[in-house]
Design a protein around this ligand. Structure first.
Ligand code: GAR
Length: 207
């Protein structure tokens, strides 16, 4: 079965681009990115998506009554583009909004997120800064399924990144980002190949 992908973004879109590149280069097969939706009109990600020939749309929250109404619009847009709860995969790639429980339940275990820390450490905003200020010697990044909690859904893949003595938030973020660009496409590939099996909190990777 071909999986139809929708990517939600808010900014730069480098993780989105890593996934688009992996698909273009044939590293991930049997899928198509049907639409990129940005919560911000001026997101660089929108321009990048277009250079890959992918439909890119901005849907900003202003004008919607609440998060549920906003998320209904996002879901409608995904479904109109063929990204459905039966055959779809929704990828959050620097999407700076929390999904409503309605959204999460409709696309149950079909939504993934990338986060720049080794969860469950440092959820929420500015994870790299949190790690540096806490003084950990190793941090990293995590791809996880999205459930109703914030950054706490079942973990698919993680990559550790050592903190260097002279690291700044920027240098650490850049090194983590290199790993984000590796593990996110890999997690997508595993999903599409049917190799992820969720057992409670554990995601088993089948051979
Ligand atoms: C990435 O570092 C991603 O892990 C992070 O935002 C950045 C987006 O960059 N996401 C979060 O912090 C989510 N809580 P990108 O737009 O270049 O992919």
């Amino acid at each position: 079965m071909v999986i139809n992908i929708g990517i939600l973004v808010s900014g730069r879109g480098s993780n989105m681009e890593a996934i688009l590149k992996a698909i273009r280069d044939g590293k991930i097969k049997n899928c198509e990115v049907k639409v990129v939706i940005s919560s911000k009109k001026d997101a660089r990600a929108l321009e990048v998506a277009k250079t890959y020939g992918v439909k890119a749309i901005a849907i900003e929250e202003v004008g919607f009554k609440d998060r549920v109404e906003y998320d209904n619009e996002i879901m409608k847009c995904l479904i109109e583009h063929g990204v459905t709860p039966d055959n779809g995969l929704v990828l959050l790639a620097g999407y700076m909004k929390i999904l409503s429980p309605e959204f999460v339940n409709k696309f149950k275990w079909r939504i993934m997120n990338i986060h720049p820390s080794l969860l469950p450490s440092f959820p929420g905003l500015h994870a790299q800064k949190q790690a540096l200020e806490y003084g950990v010697k190793v941090t990293g990044c995590t791809v996880h399924f999205v459930d109703e909690s914030l950054d706490m859904g079942p973990i698919i893949l993680q990559a550790p990144v050592p903190v260097e003595e002279d690291d700044t938030v920027e240098s650490l973020s850049n090194r983590i980002l290199e790993w984000e660009h590796k593990i996110y496409p890999e997690a997508v590939r595993l999903f599409i190949e049917g190799k992820l099996k969720i057992e409670g909190r554990r995601v088993r990777i089948l051979k």
